[in-house]
Design a protein around this ligand. Structure first.
Ligand SMILES: Nc1ncnc2c1ncn2[C@@H]1O[C@H](COP(=O)(O)OP(=O)(O)O)[C@@H](O)[C@H]1O
Ligand SMILES: Cc1ncc(COP(=O)(O)O)c(C=O)c1O
Length: 274
């Protein structure tokens, strides 16, 4: 039977990140995706592509979760942008009530291209309630600096120190995405399971068409876990998948470019969108 997977995340109307990235990635991996939308992200071309995040009320999210969990058990769960504080509490309740395995927490704190961080209380509650029940969390360099309390991370040894601190928050595994932000020729990510560090390397592509990379990476890990891969193997496979999606990134409009989630199965159908 096809593994069923849920994403609890925001909608990115521009189609590259959030729920849209997750569902496209699930499809590419051959798992069946469900979505509970927590917030709506819109961008205004008349105001320099400024972002607006509109959170949905938690009772709407609860109605979505009820719908989704009415069926057979789900093989994996991913979270992204979580909106209201009550939605974070609700997510924790569902993980516990349904003994949800394979929980991937992408600690989204900002949209790429903006420096507006989400509310600190949102990050604090996510850390308190979701990391202790997570299989893995997937912070980027900025998020890892915040979660670890170490601030700006500039080197691999900074990332190692941050990974150890993040493990102390109760999560079972962490992968810190050095990505484009870490200086150097490679896009290096660090996986830590509490025992050993694994260094994930890929050529750093010279592109700005990377909107949605983080969501796609976490969604690919979720799908890999749902398919029965070990956590480490799911991360290794996801790294390859996200690298291909960045390599085949697309200019979407004058303001930004997206990763191409279809880089594996739809690569030959790729064409300019204009
Ligand atoms: N220019 C790039 N070339 C290759 N891989 C990249 C590049 N930018 C990001 N990545 C990879 O994409 C994934 C998502 O990373 P990142 O873009 O830092 O996440 P986020 O969207 O959360 O900020 C990571 O595996 C990272 O190493
Ligand atoms: C709903 C939503 N979630 C998450 C993100 C983060 O995107 P990325 O994968 O580029 O970090 C965004 C960015 O716009 C978003 O709109």
């Amino acid at each position: 039977m096809i593994p069923k997977v849920i994403t609890i995340a925001g909608s990115d109307s521009s189609g590259g990140a959030g729920i849209q990235a997750d569902l496209k990635t699930f499809q590419e991996y051959g798992v069946f995706g469900f979505s509970a939308i927590t917030s709506l992200v819109t961008m205004n071309p008349d105001e320099g592509w400024s972002h607006t995040v509109t959170s949905l009320q938690a009772d709407i999210v609860e109605a979505e979760l009820k719908t989704i969990y009415a069926g057979a058990p789900l093989a994996a769960l991913k979270t992204g942008m979580l909106g209201e504080l009550e939605t974070i509490r609700l997510t924790r309740r569902y993980i516990e009530a349904f003994k949800q395995q394979n929980v991937v927490i992408d600690p989204v704190m900002a949209c790429k291209g903006t420096s507006d961080l989400l509310q600190p209380e949102n990050v604090a509650l996510m850390t308190e309630l979701l990391l202790p029940v997570a299989t893995i969390t997937t912070p980027n360099l900025i998020e890892a600096g915040i979660l670890s309390g170490l601030g700006e991370l500039k080197s691999v040894s900074d990332m190692e120190a941050a990974a150890k601190k993040i493990m102390n928050l109760g999560v079972k595994n962490v992968v810190i995405k050095g990505g484009k932000r870490l200086a150097g020729q490679d896009a290096l990510d660090l996986f830590y399971d509490g025992q050993a560090f694994t260094y994930l390397n890929n050529e750093k592509y010279d592109t700005d068409f990377n909107h949605g990379a983080g969501c796609t990476f976490a969604a690919a890990i979720t799908a890999g876990l749902a398919k029965g891969y070990s956590v480490k193997d799911a991360v290794i496979l996801a790294k390859k998948f996200v690298a291909a999606s960045i390599k085949h990134g697309l200019e979407i409009n004058p303001y930004l470019g997206h990763v191409w989630h279809g880089a594996y199965n739809q690569a030959d159908k790729r064409m300019p969108l204009v």
